[in-house]
Design a protein around this ligand. Structure first.
Ligand SMILES: C[S@@+](CC[C@H](N)C(=O)[O-])C[C@H]1O[C@@H](n2cnc3c(N)ncnc32)[C@H](O)[C@@H]1O
Length: 258
């Protein structure tokens, strides 16, 4: 699943887990992992192997593109009363899905006329817990315009900020492995998927599976946003490339097999 270049990182984190669980070598740790019925250590290992780097308003040109280009196209296929569904996967510690919610509230004129559902998923349960706690460091919020920081965050006085309860309850956080077909099967009918800064860590096979799972989660005409160093064209040709002035995004064709 990991690209070969991440080998050193994986080895180091694995050694840390072997030590933390009191095992003397990889073999005995591996047997323990296989036999442990609760799967608790497997989740601890997954949590140790993730890279959670993220911050508010990261690559915000895509949020601008969402409001000015993607949503107006999506409306053409919706009727009043329909729900707009947005999936942030991987959501890490929550900065991305909360940024999407803030962006819609601040910069989208039609916010009062549509119901929006934001689902945020990640494989790392520690990251999801942090997202639901909603406490962020100065580093995390440093790209937020001051008026937005003031409006949606409460300073805790120690360099940390608590995000508003309204935003926490506006996002539905769930644990999902994007390369697991069974887990992603429950996620359907999305209009926009943000899958940013994840595929760079994967090998080619996992990238392809992730792309297919995203494809199946989208409505026809739905959009995918990747991180700036990621490109769907190199992974799969099932999406159409859409070049908007703000950003290049990918789109599930309106008709299958087009
Ligand atoms: C660098 S963060 C990106 C967060 C956010 N999308 C952004 O761009 O700021 C990568 C996240 O991918 C998550 N991740 C790694 N493998 C995953 C998988 N198979 N399924 C879902 N999430 C995964 C990690 O737990 C981590 O939180």
């Amino acid at each position: 699943m990991f690209d070969e270049s991440k080998r050193y990182f994986v080895d180091r984190r694995l050694v840390e887990r072997i030590k933390a669980t009191g095992h003397s070598n990889f073999k005995s740790y591996f047997i323990f992992l296989r036999l442990e019925a609760t799967g608790k250590e497997l989740q601890n290992l997954i949590n140790a192997l993730t890279v959670n780097e993220t911050y508010f308003f990261r690559e915000d040109y895509q949020f601008r593109c969402m409001v000015s280009r993607m949503l107006p196209e999506i409306f053409l296929r919706k009727k009043k009363g329909d729900i707009i569904k947005i999936w942030s996967i991987p959501s890490s510690t929550g900065e991305e899905p909360y940024s999407i919610a803030i962006y819609l509230l601040e910069y989208w004129d039609e916010i009062d006329e549509w119901d929006v559902e934001i689902v945020a998923s990640d494989i790392d349960t520690n990251a999801l817990e942090a997202a639901k706690r909603g406490i962020y460091s100065e580093r995390s919020v440093k790209f937020l315009p001051p008026h937005i920081l003031k409006k949606y965050f409460k300073p805790l006085g120690n360099g940390y900020y608590r995000i508003s309860d309204d935003l926490v309850s506006a996002v539905n956080f769930t644990r999902v492995n994007i390369v697991d077909r069974l887990e992603t099967k429950k996620y359907r009918g999305f209009d926009i998927v943000f899958c940013r800064n994840l595929l760079i860590y994967f090998d080619d096979t996992s990238r392809k599976i992730a792309a297919e799972n995203i494809y199946d989660s989208l409505n026809p005409g739905g959009f995918v946003c990747l991180g700036h160093s990621e490109s769907m064209s190199r992974i799969s040709s099932i999406f159409k490339v859409r070049k908007f002035p703000e950003a290049i995004v990918y789109q599930k064709p309106l008709e299958e097999n087009v």
